[in-house]
Ligand binder design. Structure first.
Ligand code: ADP
Ligand code: MG
Length: 620
């Protein structure tokens, strides 16, 4: 047989390598920022258009490149940073694999302008899909400017695979944060579509964190310092009472490189043991310095995972350092930090007076069966306090949908003995005076009867569905009702959170929000949707922002849909909440008035049914 192995041409090899190094615009941002840092820049500018899909440009004032180096930098395995494999264990630079520029040039339109301090003029190279288009002499300031346009222009599949602009922007901002946090002594600016998103002057570490995450962060930080033979720690953890529901602000830097480590994250978690509310995540910004010889960075192309020689020791030191700080700064939850629940009563409730739960001590859900099976007449007299409102007719709707597979068309409450009529019409079910038709179970499910059997509704998911359809309707017809606030509500957010609010502003307004001002770090709200209590506004917006940040949407991502989902999630009746008979019934009726009652907005089952047949089978 003939030989079949051949060497891949360079541009193909580069494209393949690009698949590992460049997953999305944010990967390009990371590589270019790191190159600028390695070049000794003290000021770095990042310019983006359309979430980096159209343009990513990084301009630095670093050492620049000579003509030959400029050309060579796009070759694969071309690096100035290591000379031998041994150098891998004494890295002082971010890069060392020499494949970023080659990879990027294989899948985009790239223009490089660079000049070294001592040179009069610089070099400009244009490369498209690994092919050099031109190389010229240019007048350019000291340093390097690299622009990457039309990412994945020659790999449509990859380009189509990119997420929506808000999601890609989010990824870019994440990378930008990681790099900027690791280097407070370098100034960074970021522009997106012509407007400045971040301007981070040279500062100390605390100021850098505050400049990125907003002024309100300052009071949340507790310093952590530790200096041992094997590990030096410096940085901050967030006070427990500010811990977030979503994993957001968690940063480990090892020798100035952002890394992910579930193991070290666990060390922090255990240091916070007992201090965090359920489901909350501590935030941390920690710089670890270790001997470069004790780590291996080259285990992953994006270099965000590293291998430590002695993880166990690091774990122990880290845990005790964080514990020590929390103790030293006297971080135990104090009364002042607890929210006064009275101030928070949503005003729909204030008008109603204190909500109360009425318990009927005579009510026994299991008694029902007995009474029903005795005689029909005793039912109506024994349980008068649980009379059914006759208006509810969702059962009929529902049975209509289900009737295909169901021949048993009798009300469950009428299931008595064989002697009972089996073929009663579905619409003739009001012969007996009805009791309460619903019953809440474990403060989680609402149980009800339908003609064919038993219905179990998940109260939280069902209500999400109801609210979701309602919000969606308001947003799309653009007529959400607004309630004017007596005093404008001022809420603080970090700059990137403000970016997200801006992107969603018009949709939010359609639901009934009225924004008086949206400024760099705060918004002023003068109106909110009718169904949203004022006290919930900030929680809803925070939830929304975190949903946008964490969304991994498919290509048909829509901000409208996300907004409706997120608000429904925030406002829906929670598991654990007890509902009055009227509320239960209202929920059931509203659910079956929905277009898609059977699933929650996130596609989870809202109710299950059990037919009499199925129940009968259980009793054999
Ligand atoms: P690596 O960073 O792993 O060395 P790259 O492909 O990212 O590989 O870059 C190749 C080389 O190009 C670098 O080693 C460096 O010498 C040079 N280079 C890249 N970007 C810059 C820059 N902004 N300023 C100066 N030199 C640069
Ligand atoms: Mg590099």
């Amino acid at each position: 047989m003939a030989d079949i192995i051949q060497l891949l041409p360079d541009h193909v090899a580069n494209q393949i390598a690009a698949g590992e190094v460049v997953q999305r615009p944010a990967s390009v941002v990371k590589e270019l920022l790191e190159n600028a840092i390695d070049a000794g820049a003290t000021h770095i500018k990042l310019i983006l258009k359309d979430a980096g899909k159209t343009l990513i440009q990084v301009i630095d004032n670093g050492k620049g490149m000579s003509v030959t180096d400029a050309r060579l930098s796009f070759e694969r395995h071309a690096t100035s940073k290591i000379k031998s494999a041994d150098d891998l264990f004494q890295l002082n630079t971010k890069g060392f694999r020499g494949e970023a520029l080659a990879s990027i040039a294989a899948i985009a339109h790239v223009e490089l302008k660079t000049k070294q301090e001592q040179d009069e003029v610089g070099t400009c190279i244009v490369i498209e899909g690994s092919e050099v288009q031109s190389q010229d002499v240019v007048v350019t300031p000291k340093g390097t400017s690299l622009s990457v346009k039309n990412l994945f222009f020659n790999i449509p599949a990859r380009r189509n695979f990119l997420k929506s602009n808000p999601v890609e922007t989010r990824h870019i901002i994440d990378e930008f944060h990681r790099v900027a946090l690791a280097h407070p002594s370098i100034g960074f600016v970021m522009y997106h579509n012509g407007s400045e998103v971040f301007n981070l002057p040279v500062s100390n570490y605390r100021q850098r964190i505050v400049n990125i995450f907003g002024a309100k962060t300052n009071e949340k930080l507790v310093p952590v310092e530790e200096d041992t033979e094997v590990l030096k720690i410096s940085g901050f953890v967030g006070k427990p009472e500010f811990a977030k529901k979503t994993r957001g602000e968690q940063f480990f830097f090892v020798n100035d490189r952002f890394i992910k480590s579930a193991y070290l994250n666990h060390a922090i978690g255990s240091a916070f043991d007992g201090l965090l509310k359920d489901g909350a995540h501590a935030s941390y910004f920690l710089n670890l310095t270790v001997n470069p010889q004790t780590i291996d960075i080259n285990i992953h192309p994006t270099k965000t995972e590293i291998k430590f020689d002695d993880e166990h020791t690091l774990y122990a030191i880290l845990r005790s350092a964080v514990k020590h700080s929390l103790g030293q700064f006297n971080i135990a939850p104090v009364l002042d930090f607890e929210r006064d629940a009275n101030l928070d009563t949503p005003y729909s409730y204030q008008q109603k007076g204190t909500p109360s739960v009425t318990v009927d001590s005579n009510f026994n859900p299991f008694a029902e069966e007995k009474t029903v099976s005795n005689t029909s007449s005793t039912v109506s007299s024994s349980n008068t306090s649980f009379k059914k409102t006759p208006a509810a007719n969702w059962e009929n709707l529902y049975v209509g949908l289900e009737s295909k597979g169901n021949n048993i068309q009798q009300d469950f409450s009428e299931v008595h003995f064989e002697s009972e009529q089996q073929n009663a019409s579905i619409f003739e079910d009001k012969k007996i005076e009805q009791k309460q038709s619903t019953y809440q179970f474990h403060n989680k499910y609402v149980v009800s009867t339908i003609k064919s059997g038993l219905l179990l509704i998940d109260q939280n998911r069902a209500h999400q569905r109801v609210l979701y359809e309602d919000f969606l309707k308001h947003i799309t017809v653009k007529e959400g009702m607004s309630q004017q606030l007596l005093f404008p509500l001022e809420l603080h957010f970090s700059p990137q959170e403000i970016e997200i609010i801006k992107q969603l502003q018009s949709d939010l307004e359609h639901t009934g929000f009225v924004f008086q001002k949206i400024e760099k770090e705060h918004v002023e709200i003068t109106g909110v949707p009718v169904m949203v209590p004022e006290s919930e506004v900030s929680i809803i917006l925070e939830q929304l922002i975190s949903d946008v940040e964490n969304e991994v949407p498919d290509s048909n991502f829509s901000a409208t849909d996300l907004l409706a989902k997120s608000m429904a999630k925030s406002l829906a009746i929670k598991t654990g909440q007890s509902l009055t008979a009227v509320e239960q019934e209202h929920l059931v009726n509203s659910l079956f008035a929905c277009k898609a009652p059977s699933v929650s907005p996130t596609n989870r089952t809202t109710f299950v049914t059990m037919t009499v047949d199925e129940l009968d089978k259980k009793f054999v």
